[in-house]
Write a protein that binds this ligand. Structure first.
Ligand SMILES: *Cc1c(COP(=O)(O)O)cnc(C)c1O
Length: 360
């Protein structure tokens, strides 16, 4: 049996990826020019497949970045003149605030305790805040913001731009794009692809904001200015030489997910999530880090261990199952396990059965 990767990302490749890599090599995709028709067709197909899979409205643009980190910087440069407001619930969500601060914006942050999520009543941006940032699935703690909270923010603050971090959440969680302005993700988590590619989805409100900032003489970037990215994307082109293989693989995996059916994928996620939750609940030495059931992510499970978490990680690794350590300060006191579309029911059943037999 090959090693199984339940690590939260990079994670196991989607089970069709190896075949797609072979086909890409056969077709010479790694040597094709990013100015040629072959690349344009790949980008177009990728954008279309993502639009179908994630129900992205036609007037939203699907742009190519190198990572989610890049999207953080792009969003601040292009969509914030002075003030931004960030919901921080762990290491990943806090980094958006940090980047806004690095870029010398007047950034403020609502920080909630790790393992919890901000509730609607606590979220109080000031009138001058131009942007609210939200992380759907905090991969560091395993906490998930309910979609309703995001939609209610749109109702309450219609004039502010809303940016959603979808890494480790999409395409599993269904987002209503009409209630947000931008969403970005990297592909090495829930899509099960090699790292090194990010997708940045934006609406025209974001583009107009960037144009206003540029007109005022603000720096909105260099090679990746939003209005130029959108202009290029209309021709299925990018400014730089992009990760062509990555875009091809994402397109193919999105197509495979469409063939399988997103409803079937989500049903499987729910089943696997339930048995993983049970495995944590029933083990005498494990506890859910996220205490509130409604805030527990379906896709990233974080368990506190009452022993050094290395022991469980090693025990599973000896059986060819890899899970993640805790994030940052929780490295040795927690484990993190992914439940992504690539993880089959049988694999997750084997993981939970093996965990049940573990004694520290
Ligand atoms: C992994 C992760 C990121 C960072 O992704 P990069 O590809 O390293 O930029 C951002 N947000 C969340 C929620 C993540 O899980």
């Amino acid at each position: 049996m090959p090693d199984l990767h339940f690590t939260p990302g990079p994670t196991a490749l989607y089970f069709t990826v190896e075949e797609h890599i072979k086909n890409a090599l056969k077709q010479g995709i790694t040597s094709t020019s990013h100015r040629g028709q072959v690349f344009k067709d790949i980008y177009k197909e990728c954008a279309n497949n993502l639009k179908l899979l994630m129900e992205i409205p036609d007037d939203y643009h699907v742009l190519i970045t190198s990572s989610a980190n890049e999207a953080w910087e792009r969003i601040i440069l292009n969509c914030v003149e002075h003030d931004s407001y960030h919901l921080s619930m762990g290491a990943f969500s806090s980094r958006f605030f940090k980047i806004a601060d690095d870029l010398q914006r007047n950034a403020s942050s609502l920080i909630v305790e790790d393992g919890t999520v901000p509730e609607l009543g606590q979220i109080k941006p000031s009138t001058s805040d131009e942007l609210i940032t939200i992380c759907l699935n905090e991969s560091g703690t395993g906490a998930h913001i309910p979609l309703e909270t995001i939609y209610e923010l749109r109702e309450k603050f219609p004039d502010k731009l809303i940016a959603v971090d979808g890494v480790s959440a999409v395409p599993v969680y269904p987002i209503d794009f009409s209630k947000i302005d931008t969403l970005y993700f990297s592909v090495q988590k829930a899509f099960g692809l090699p790292a090194g590619l990010g997708i940045w989805i934006v609406n025209n409100r974001c583009v107009e904001k960037a144009e206003q900032l540029a007109a005022k003489g603000k720096v909105i970037g260099s090679y990746h200015k939003l209005p130029e990215m959108v202009e290029k994307a209309a021709q299925f082109q990018t400014t730089e030489t992009p990760n062509i293989l990555g875009i091809y693989l994402l397109s193919k995996v999105a197509e495979d997910m469409l063939t399988k059916g997103i409803t079937a994928i989500r049903r499987e996620i729910d089943y696997k999530s339930a048995i993983m939750n049970m495995a944590i609940d029933e083990h005498p030495n494990l506890r859910h880090f996220v205490k509130e059931d409604k805030w527990r992510s379906k896709t990233v499970k974080v368990a506190e261990t009452d022993f050094s978490s290395k022991k469980l990680i090693q025990y599973l690794a000896e059986k060819k199952m890899n899970i993640g350590t805790g994030y940052g300060q929780y490295k040795d006191s927690q484990v993190r396990m992914a439940n992504f579309p690539t993880h089959s029911k049988e694999q997750v059943e084997m993981l939970v059965d093996t965990i049940a037999k573990f004694k520290p």
